[in-house]
Design a protein around this ligand. Structure first.
Ligand SMILES: Nc1ncnc2c1ncn2[C@@H]1O[C@H](COP(=O)(O)OP(=O)(O)O)[C@@H](O)[C@H]1O
Ligand SMILES: [Mg+2]
Length: 341
């Protein structure tokens, strides 16, 4: 047996999803034949724009909704026929707020521990572990309405961690959090994952989050998985880089570029996929920068187009999204406070 095959045999599968569909009210095709496999112990990102079916898929996987057709299994348990077993091994944090703000963090955890049936003898230890996992020990006695948005999110995750799930589902876990709060959420999650080997499945429409924190990403668009792999595989699969030329913002730069047909001639060069101008920057998408750059420079030189700077950048997940889903993905916005309403 080859090493690759051996590895595959030894690799446990956390989630197997086979031709899953969900049609709401007989007409909204929210999931349109989703096939996916998530390995045990990975952080998996489902990346897609609003309305692409992320929450629907998570609700089917967490046994809240029945699929219209197809099969999904969590560690071998069918999410429809063995829903009770599935619920025992998963934790779920919805997108909407799932804690009470008029009581303390500790009291929230106590209520969840009772709901989950944690025995009274182990309750205190489970709560302390969960508080520690999310870095909330110091604020356990404070009213949740005094928490920041990031602390509330961490408390919600702590509640889902009380039962040490094998798979943790997070629906848009850092929506509306500022960058430092997002970082705190992920740092705590990563160390929890490291300690317990939990598989983390999260939905997001922030490509930078999928890029930074996931081991594997699937891009979903209109209920279909359009691409799957590690973030770096996806970026590499584009076979392209972007060379940005900062042009002089006068007649010697921008002016000359627009007076000549140099833009069309750059586009016609071998190895050049596209060339666009944003403000005073000319972005040229190329297959191989090292080969294409001298030819582009020569053309610009011959036409006397003055440059201030040249920079090459590798594609981002945003570019991957553009290629496979036909649109740009929304960038993360910071500064919006997600707090009690
Ligand atoms: N309960 C529902 N009834 C009818 N349509 C729904 C319902 N929930 C979601 N949808 C529709 O299904 C599609 C996918 O929604 P959703 O899974 O919430 O996407 P996402 O989480 O990616 O934003 C959307 O067109 C949405 O309007
Ligand atoms: Mg959603």
């Amino acid at each position: 047996m080859t090493y690759a095959k051996l590895q595959k045999v030894n690799m446990k599968i956390a989630l197997e999803i086979d031709r899953l569909t969900k049609i709401y009210e007989g007409r909204v095709n929210a999931l349109d034949g989703v096939d996916l496999e998530v390995k045990d112990g990975v952080i998996f990102a489902l990346l897609g724009p609003n309305g692409s079916g992320k929450t629907t898929l998570m609700r089917v996987l967490t046994t809240q909704f029945r699929p219209t057709s197809g099969v999904a299994r969590a560690f071998g348990h069918d999410v429809v026929r063995e829903d009770a077993q599935v619920r025992k091994i998963i934790g779920y944090v919805p997108q909407e707020m799932s804690v009470w703000t008029d009581i303390t963090g500790f009291e929230n955890l106590l209520i969840y521990a009772k709901i989950y049936g944690v025995s009274s003898s182990s309750r205190n230890k489970c709560i302390q572990d969960a508080l520690q996992s999310m870095g909330l020990e110091e604020v356990e006695g404070k009213l949740v309405k005094k928490y920041s948005g990031g602390m509330i999110r961490r408390l919600e995750i702590a509640c889902a961690l009380l039962v040490k799930p094998r798979i943790l589902f997070l629906d848009e876990p850092t929506l509306g959090l500022d960058p430092s709060a997002r970082k705190a959420v992920w740092e705590n999650l990563m160390s929890f994952k490291k300690e317990y080997g939990t598989t983390v499945f999260f939905n997001t429409h922030y490509m930078d989050e999928a890029d930074l924190y996931s081991d594997e990403v699937a891009i979903i668009n209109k209920g279909k998985i359009v691409k799957f792999g590690t973030a770096s595989d996806l970026k590499r699969s584009l076979h392209s880089e972007i060379i940005s030329f900062l042009l002089a913002d006068d007649q010697t730069g921008m002016g000359r570029l627009f007076r000549s047909n140099v833009l069309d001639r750059i586009k016609a060069l071998n190895l050049v996929d596209d060339a666009v101008v944003h403000g005073t920057v000319l972005d040229v998408t190329v297959e191989d920068g090292e080969v294409a750059l001298p030819a582009i420079m020569e053309l610009l030189n011959c036409e006397g187009v003055k440059l201030k700077r040249v920079k090459a950048t590798n594609p981002t997940l945003d570019d991957v999204f553009l290629k496979y889903a036909g649109m740009r993905q929304q960038r993360n916005q910071s500064g919006y406070h997600h707090g009690p309403n």
